[in-house]
Design a protein around this ligand. Structure first.
Ligand code: ADP
Ligand code: MG
Length: 428
């Protein structure tokens, strides 16, 4: 086989007709072994992998021209550089401002902050996994990246911070490229793993499966795992039960919206970091008006700064009011109730009027209850506003529907299938 591989590469070399590219991207690749129609090859590392992948198709094609079939190609990092690859992997972009020093501790986040410090000091012992949860813009990402930066400052460890979305995409990419074993190797070498917004993998079966095994592997070796989400494990819909239970093994810490004093302290801290002067009056005014989200708090401060310094405008309360409204509008509504209703109607081939009506015919009632359930699960709408949207029903109707569908979802394969399918089409 080694010979066949050589011949393939000779053809690739001719076809590329670019000695430089060949020397850089093809030459360092070493044939390892063939197993059935799978060919294992060794490459130097992860940076190399990115440049090399575009050539994979050419190699397969040239191979096919000689031997009449396309091999599956599996990539491995060569041993001596594998660690270097992990080191490259470490450098996921972090915000340098997200440090413990810049994090304001209040009663809303005291436990999460203390736990974050504890795990960065004694990983794998104190709380494993550490599960941080709380609403949008309350400092979860800040705290996670603070852990990474403080650990890195102190010692050489293999630590990765990765948003769940990136984890998911990397995993899918590795399936496409037949490099799942590389993907696995990368993660299993870690001392610390931080995955942000873990709820993102809920409902994605393959990724959950992969993550489950990785979790067990790291956990068994007492490696520190830190996760974040917008809600506690048990409330993450479409998350496998075995994952929920594992997430609860360690410490689950909630981050609440900051109280007034903490909001003032955060605003002052941000001014200090940016080295700008803002009157206490204005700081109090912002802190009084924006209560549930530090990100918006910060956004308002930045806009005020831009107004006063760039436009040279006097800041008064009217301007601040305008800025505050504007920042709230920026909150994206990704999935709304209309979308959910439309998809449910489309799936069951019923009319929206039916969904809003009072009829209890089974072929309408079930879709309606599924729509209510999805509205609750996929959006931040309150029971009340969902009830209003569904033709002015009582909020207990919504609650009942949610409980019922949730139960069916867990016990009835058919309902699970239907709900999953609708949800997937909505989330696309
Ligand atoms: P989340 O990940 O929970 O959505 P982030 O960590 O992205 O929120 O925080 C949003 C913004 O608010 C960031 O700029 C962060 O620095 C800031 N922030 C949140 N909580 C605090 C805090 N306690 N002290 C200082 N800044 C904070
Ligand atoms: Mg975040």
């Amino acid at each position: 086989m080694e010979n066949e591989w050589k011949q393939t590469l000779e053809r690739v070399e001719k076809r590329l007709n670019n000695a430089r590219a060949y020397d850089i991207w093809i030459k360092p690749v070493k044939f390892k072994e063939r197993n059935g129609n799978t060919v294992k090859i060794e490459i130097p590392g992860m940076t190399f992998e990115k440049g090399f992948l575009p050539f994979l198709a050419v190699i397969k094609e040239e191979f096919e021209k000689i031997y009449g079939w396309q091999p599956d190609i599996e990539l491995f990092y060569s041993g001596e550089v594998a660690d270097k690859a992990a080191a490259i992997f470490n450098e996921s972009p972090l915000n340098p401002g997200y440090t413990f020093d810049n994090f304001v501790v209040g009663s809303n986040n005291q436990l999460a902050h203390a736990a974050a410090q504890a795990v960065s000091q004694s990983p794998g012992i104190a709380y494993n996994p550490l599960f941080l949860y709380g609403g949008f813009g309350l400092g979860k990402t800040h705290l996670m990246q603070a852990i990474v930066q403080s650990v890195k400052e102190r010692e050489e460890t293999k630590i990765i911070y990765i948003p769940a979305e990136v984890y998911l995409n990397d995993f899918i990419q590795s399936i496409k490229n037949k490099t799942t074993n590389l993907f696995r190797q990368k993660f299993r070498k870690l001392d610390f793993l931080l995955i942000d917004d873990i709820h993102f993998i809920a409902g994605k079966e393959g990724t959950q499966e992969e993550f489950f095994h990785m979790f067990n592997f790291l956990y068994d070796q007492r490696k520190q795992i830190i996760l974040s989400s917008d809600r506690p494990p048990a409330e993450i819909s479409f998350l496998e039960k075995r994952l929920i239970s594992r997430f609860e093994w360690g410490l689950v810490a909630e981050i609440l919206p900051p109280d007034f004093e903490t909001r003032v302290a955060i605003l002052k801290k941000k001014c200090e970091i940016k080295n700008i002067n803002v009157n206490d009056d204005i700081i109090f005014y912002i802190a009084e008006n924006i209560k549930d989200n530090v990100r918006i708090l910060e956004g308002v401060l930045n806009r005020i700064f831009a107004f006063s310094s760039l436009l040279n405008k006097e800041i008064d309360k009217t301007i601040i009011d305008e800025i505050m409204d504007g920042e709230y509008y920026k909150k994206r509504v990704i999935i709304n109730l209309e979308t959910i209703m439309a998809f449910v109607c489309e799936y069951f081939k019923i009319k929206e009027e039916d969904l809003l009506s009072k009829t209890r015919m089974k072929n309408i009632l079930m879709p309606r209850q599924i729509a209510m359930f999805l509205s609750r699960e996929l959006t931040n709408n309150s029971l009340h506003s969902i009830a209003v949207k569904f033709g002015g029903k009582d909020h207990t109707t919504i609650l009942y529907a949610c409980k019922k569908i949730k139960k069916l979802y867990d016990t009835d394969e058919y309902i699970k299938g239907v709900v999953d399918e609708i949800r997937k089409s909505i989330e696309k």
